[in-house]
Structure formats: C-alpha cells, structure tokens
Design a binder for this molecule. Structure first.
Ligand code: ATP
Length: 366
C-alpha cells in the first residue's frame, strides 16, 4: 500500500513482522518504512495491533517472525535501553519521589552519560518543552499537561533516533489534548525527530501526522499521507473508520463518456468511470456526509448529477454542525452541515432534496 517513492533516509524499517500469542495473531506480517524526520501515526480500533507494533520497535516484545531495522541495522538482539529510542506511555510512568529535574536526568544516568553533561542537557530539554521554572517541582505538584511535558522531556533528553508515543494524550481532557497536540507538533518541527505515535483518535492522527498507517486485525489496511487517507480511502474499512461515510453497493448498469451508472436498489448513482469497470460488475462506493448537499428546493440542486428526494428522519445537533438522517426510499443517508446561523436549518419530517457530484463518489476497491 505504501508508496516507496517518497521514502528518504529510512530510519525504522519493519519487514514482514508478525507477533503471535498462541492462536491470536496480534500483528500479521506488517511491513513499514519510516523516513528520517517523519511523524507517522498508527491508527486503528482497539485490538488492531498498534501497541504491539510499538512495543516490538521499542524492544519490550520480540517478533515471532520478521525483522526490525533501525538505521539499516537489525535490532533483534538489542535490549530496549540499547536501541536509542525514546518512549512516552499513556501512563507516563514518572517517578513520584523525584522532582522534574530528577525524572529527566534519570534517562541520562541510566544510559551512563557523563555526569558533568547532565545538568546542561536537562536544562536544554526543559527549555524546549517549556518547563524551565518547574525544575524542582515534584510530579504531583504539576498539572496533567505539565506531567506530559516531563515525560516527553525524559524521552527526548538523550537525543534518541526515534520517539515512540503510545497514546500519551488520551488521559487529558479535550481542550488540553488539543493544546498538547500543537505543542508536540512544535517540538517535532524544532527537533525533527522521527516519531511513531499510536492513537485511536482519528482527529489527533489527522492533526499531527505526515502519514497515517491505518491498522485492522493486525494488518496494515492503508498507509498514506493524511490527505490521501481521508480523501482517497482504499477500502470500506478505512472510509468508515476515518470520517463519516454513506456506503452503497450495487451493479454497474451503463456507461457515459467519463462516468457510469450504478444501480443500488431504487437509487441510480452516477460515479466516476474506472478502466476496469464492466457492465454488471458489483462494486461498493462511499459518499462523505459533508459532501452531500441539502435543500428544500429541488431546483437549487439541479446542477448535480445525483439528486434524490426524501424527508428528515432525525436531527442531531452537535454545536458547530448538525447531522441529519434523511430517508430516501428505503435508504437512510447521513448528511452533515456546518451551523452558519443561530438555528438548525431543517427539522424532523421536512421534505428535502439531497444531491452530490459524480466526483464526490469514492470508489472502494477492496
Ligand atoms: N500478552 C498477550 N497475550 C495474548 N494476546 C494479546 C497479548 N497482548 C495483546 N494481545 C492481543 O493482540 C491483539 C492486539 O493488541 P494490541 O494491544 O496491540 O492492540 P491495540 O490496537 O494497541 O489496542 P488498544 O487500542 O486497545 O490499545 C489484541 O487482540 C490483543 O487481545
């Protein structure tokens, strides 16, 4: 799935890595190359194998088969502390009896840095995570966001080649999590450290990453740039996991110049033509909820290739936007609109027309 063309200076390279626990295949033949300075995120539902991949890279777990390389060298026989990898866990794992300085310095002492170098190194990294004045505070005297920064400083202070982040922001409330995402981005831009992060929060993955690796059942479902994962999902799983998508399955019934017509029950949908399509072929398509236009007046959507009449079945107010469930024949279609005025535009039972352009249709290949 991953295009090899953009890979420059590979830092971490997983080659057909599998991890089994008895009959459970936690990670199933994952191959992935991470370039120097890249920020990639492993994204997927609970149990899809994200943490297992990260723990194998860190050296806390051994692959059942396959090989992991860091800077071209196999790391199979290296203990975690020999791998030059910094890691921040969800639990942070800070030492409560040590102050901020002691926690950060610990990472250097453990790696036997010259004691004379330690104070300067700690001070430099505390500047970068913006905690210099907190040096002598105990961990319980810090806010959640500040503790997060200490954990990050401890993972970065020995200048690792790779930074691994295992859901480090998931315990924070939404506002703080968003602030810390930007903070992490800033630090990543400043240090240019190759980073592999794990999350099941799609927004976090989209905000932070250069590339997203979507995992499902221990396998890589798609590894692409953030924009491609969103705009060009390759499978129903990816289109469903990231963003909100309406799916239709049907048969191709006819062809036009650069489009063709899919029959899905009573709905005829004009979709972009692909070279391999033939009449009667069964395919699945998706249409993002935010791409569907909605109006009370059929003439307003006259210009769209795909137009259907229906009525509002449900209104779900979400503050900045409203989701409408619209009954179109026997189908329920979800449409999302931003709230641009001080009231919800449509109400239950309203007769409406919905529509979308041919190129708003995502053809799902898998
Ligand atoms: N020590 C273990 N023994 C048996 N099965 C395990 C073990 N560790 C993980 N698994 C299984 O391996 C699979 C992948 O687990 P993993 O923790 O990597 O998933 P994850 O995507 O990180 O999930 P989450 O988002 O919930 O942390 C799951 O089915 C899990 O139950």
């Amino acid at each position: 799935m991953q295009s090899e063309s953009h890979i420059q200076n590979p830092v971490v390279d997983l080659r057909s890595v599998t991890k089994r626990y008895g009959h459970v295949v936690a990670v199933d033949s994952v191959s992935l190359t991470v370039s120097e300075g890249e920020f990639i995120t492993l994204l997927g539902p609970s149990g899809s194998g994200k943490t297992t991949v990260l723990r194998m890279i860190a050296g806390f777990l051994q692959p059942t088969s396959g090989e992991i390389y860091v800077h071209g060298e196999s790391v199979s026989d290296k203990a975690p502390y020999e791998r030059k990898i910094g890691m921040v866990f969800q639990s942070l794992a800070l030492f409560p009896h040590l102050d901020v300085y002691g926690n950060v310095a610990f990472a250097l002492k453990m790696r036997r840095f010259n004691p004379q170098e330690i104070p300067d190194r700690v001070d430099r990294i505390l500047e970068i995570v913006r905690l210099p004045e907190m040096r002598r505070r105990k961990i319980h005297e810090l806010s959640g966001g500040q503790q997060q920064r200490v954990a990050l400083a401890r993972a970065l202070v020995f200048e690792p080649e790779v930074l691994l982040l295992d859901e480090p922001l998931s315990a924070l409330d939404k506002k703080l999590r968003e602030d810390m995402q930007l903070e992490l981005l800033r630090i990543h831009q400043e240090l240019q450290i190759t980073t592999i992060s794990v999350t099941h929060d799609q927004k976090e993955a989209l905000v932070m990453s250069d590339r997203i690796v979507v995992m499902n059942n221990g396998k890589v479902a798609q590894a692409s740039s953030t924009e491609d994962v969103y705009f060009l999902p390759q499978s129903r799983f990816v289109a469903d996991f990231i963003g909100e998508t309406n799916f239709f399955e049907g048969r191709i019934v006819s062809f036009n110049a650069d489009s063709c017509v899919l029959q899905h029950q009573q709905l005829r949908v004009v979709i972009p033509k692909q070279a391999h399509f033939v009449v009667d072929q069964e395919i699945a398509i998706g249409v993002r909820s935010e791409r569907i236009q909605l109006s009370r007046h059929p003439e307003m959507l006259k210009h769209l290739d795909n137009r259907y009449e229906g009525h509002i079945k449900e209104v779900i107010f979400q503050g900045d936007r409203t989701a409408y469930i619209i009954q179109v024949g026997s189908e329920s279609v979800k449409v999302v609109e931003p709230n641009l005025i001080d009231s919800v535009t449509y109400h239950k039972h309203d007769e409406v027309v919905i529509g979308w352009k041919t190129y708003d249709v995502i053809v799902l290949t898998a």
